[in-house]
Ligand binder design. Structure first.
Ligand code: ZN
Length: 242
């Protein structure tokens, strides 16, 4: 069965990107001229935010249409210098229709401290976030950075770039933004919990239970660990009945 290609109207895409950019700016997920957002309009045609424009005040007509190589016909505005993060995402994941790159402060702080964004501290993260990998540091806007992210996007919808920011993808802008919001919320809770003292993760048994209730397929625990935890729980239950 072919996935086909669900086209989004360019006018609608311009409105949606502008609204998402404003939301990212207002929630402190980007600042100044940071961050970039794109939508795949059709194969080889990407609508992306321009370079050097504050996304909090972005206008729909300022968005730039580019091809696979980042080229645009516009002379007044250049595409984001991070366009490669977007082109590799669409190349790598054929289900991807929207890409958000942001600079979420708590999530970035954890990468600087070399700490994981803990998926196993709160149930919501197990259910909606999955494991978030971090790409090694590379200079922003370089092909090396994009290649490191592309490798991780094969199996993940959210990737952190060390000391830099996040890349969230989705089948539409809203699902990509939900991932960004959950990522930063979880990073904030992780940061606060760690600042209060040692953190106590959920048990593998509880993570397995959440997984069985439809949790995110990318668990902090391996399938073998979750299976083992469930077996232990069944054995414990049988022992109680004796
Ligand atoms: Zn950036």
């Amino acid at each position: 069965m072919s996935l086909g290609f669900s086209r989004i109207d360019e006018y609608e895409a311009r409105q949606q990107i502008t609204a998402i950019c404003r939301r990212m700016y207002e929630r402190g997920l980007i600042a100044g001229c940071e961050g970039n957002v794109s939508v795949l309009l059709s194969p080889g045609k990407i609508l992306i935010t321009p370079s050097g424009v504050n996304k909090g005040y972005l206008k729909p007509e300022q968005l730039v249409a580019i091809d696979d190589e980042g080229q645009t016909k516009r002379r007044d505005l250049k595409a984001s210098s991070e366009f490669r993060l977007h082109t590799v995402a669409y190349d790598t994941r054929k289900d991807c229709r929207a890409v958000l790159h942001a600079h979420p402060p708590f999530a970035i702080a954890l990468t600087i401290a070399n700490l994981p964004i803990s998926q196993d501290l709160i149930p919501e993260s197990v259910v909606s976030l999955g494991r978030v990998p971090t790409a090694l540091y590379a200079t922003p806007s370089t092909p090396e950075l994009a290649d490191g992210v592309a490798e991780l996007l094969v199996d993940h919808d959210i990737v952190m770039m060390a000391r830099h920011g996040s890349v969230c993808i989705g089948t539409d802008l809203v699902s990509a933004f939900d991932r960004l919001e959950s990522l930063e919320h979880t990073a904030k809770i992780t940061f606060i919990a760690r600042s209060l003292g040692p953190v106590n993760p959920l048990s593998p048994i509880e993570v397995a239970r959440l997984q069985s209730m439809g949790g995110h397929p990318q668990s902090a625990f391996s399938a073998a660990e979750r299976e083992e935890a469930l077996i232990q729980e069944i054995v414990a239950e049988l022992m109680k009945r004796k």
